[in-house]
Ligand binder design. Structure first.
Ligand SMILES: C[S@@+](CC[C@H](N)C(=O)[O-])C[C@H]1O[C@@H](n2cnc3c(N)ncnc32)[C@H](O)[C@@H]1O
Length: 410
């Protein structure tokens, strides 16, 4: 997609081509192209419209119904923040008193639009000309053009004085190849610029990869890990006056939220666990209940704080499974009741599951090199019953915990 193709898609003919493409997208691409040709749509416009229609379908998982009016690139969509996460970040900024925000490297504008929806005036800058034009078009399509200004340019030269706060979500993919980069020094804008921002601007938020090394967290910053429906999606550094605690795990639930209206939109539930990230949970024996903490809790190094809430202990100081005598309702971990503790032996496990007529197992693991799918095949299960298996180590020994789920609510 180039700037001319984007401009063509935004004409009345382009809108008609997009509408036609949306009716045929998702099926056979050759048949879709033929349908647009036979409707008299020129080849170049038809191809651009079909690409957008495909990307919009894919984007619905991240942006919901708003995806239908957005302009997207494949790379921009992959890197964009999902709506629930961007909205929550924007609400926190607004609650901290932020009314003007610079978004340095705004991509397609997912975070900028969320900030504008929260009532924040956004000054966005983006290096890639097509992406910048799309971000501006997306603000217009969302009815937010008066709150979002997008400039094509280099974030490192952007004058961010005069705004209440700065947000930066550096590109973590190599331009051209699209391959992920894991070394923060290869981020764009570069890591030293990003961390320098935190030193220069009193209120800075930086989105980073969830695998971020704790040693790279700037002194005094709050590091937050975010999961959505149990999947770890990102980390963010809240710097300067925005830092509230050293570490935070934020769990968002998109699937479980109560329905808000007849069209089926859901309220996103959110849960926060906070702490220093430096505490160590006590170690003890395997007990009646196993808690498997959410990945945001584990990555935020908040397992000790969760252990204190649950009156739980670890069985191995290096493995984040918690054990307790009581099943307490918590959004921060899955709770299972342990029925059997076996030193790992395929033969013994198979015999036990046969005896119990277990035909289905949900396998989780921490601290075990076993491959769950291979184990499932090797177990050759048959029967009508279900069980949970946790593969782990206890006092250094490979161990399997046979479990049954505890219904939410204990
Ligand atoms: C991860 S994406 C931002 C995604 C955005 N937060 C969203 O949710 O839609 C990072 C963007 O920064 C842009 N970028 C990288 N280096 C830049 C620079 N020096 N100046 C301006 N933009 C830059 C990239 O082109 C890319 O679009």
């Amino acid at each position: 997609m180039d700037l001319d193709q984007l401009a063509a898609l935004r004409t009345p003919e382009g809108s008609a081509a997009l509408a036609a493409a949306e009716r045929v997208a998702g099926g056979d691409p050759l048949a879709a192209a033929a349908a647009l040709r036979s409707a008299g749509i020129p080849g170049g416009l038809a191809a651009a419209a079909l690409t957008q229609a495909e990307l919009r379908r894919r984007a619905a998982g991240k942006f919901g119904a708003a995806a239908a009016g957005m302009f997207l690139t494949r790379a921009g969509l992959e890197q964009a923040t999902r709506r629930a996460v961007a909205d929550r970040r924007a609400a926190r900024l607004r609650a901290a008193g932020v009314t003007t925000l610079a978004d340095l490297g705004c991509g397609l504008g997912a975070d900028a639009l969320a900030a504008a929806r929260a009532g924040i005036r956004v000054y966005a800058v983006e290096a890639d000309p097509v992406t910048a034009a799309m971000a501006a078009a997306n603000a217009e399509a969302a009815g937010l053009a008066d709150l979002v200004t997008v400039e094509r340019g280099d974030a490192t030269a952007f004058d961010a004085t005069g705004v209440d706060a700065v947000f930066c979500d550096p590109a973590r993919r190599r331009a051209g190849t699209g391959r992920r980069v894991f070394d923060p020094n290869a981020y764009s804008p570069p890591w030293d610029f990003v961390t320098g921002l935190a030193a220069r601007v009193p209120r800075t938020v930086v989105k980073v990869a969830p695998g971020l090394d704790h040693a790279l967290i700037p002194a005094g910053a709050e590091a937050e890990w975010v999961s959505v429906d149990g999947d770890l999606v990102e980390a963010a550094l809240w710097c300067g006056e925005l830092a509230e605690v050293p570490r935070r795990a934020t769990l968002l639930r998109e699937k479980e939220g109560p329905l808000l209206n007849a069209s089926g939109s859901k309220r996103v539930l959110s849960y926060h666990l906070t702490g220093t990230g430096a505490q160590e949970a006590p170690v003890g024996p395997v007990r009646r209940f196993l808690y498997d903490p959410d990945p945001a809790v584990v990555r935020a190094h908040l397992v000790a704080e969760l252990a204190a809430d649950l009156d739980a202990t670890l069985a191995d100081p290096s493995i984040a499974y918690l054990y307790a005598d009581e099943a307490r309702p918590t959004p921060f971990a899955r709770c299972l009741e342990i029925t059997d503790v076996l030193p790992f032996s395929l033969k013994r496990l198979r015999a036990l599951l046969r005896e119990r007529r277990v035909g289905r197992v949900e396998i989780r693991k921490r601290g075990s090199a076993l491959e769950p799918e291979k184990l499932r095949r090797d177990l050759r299960l048959s029967g009508d019953e279900a069980a949970g298996l946790a593969l782990t180590r206890v006092a250094g020994d490979p161990t399997v915990l046979v479990c049954r789920p505890v219904p939410p609510g204990g």
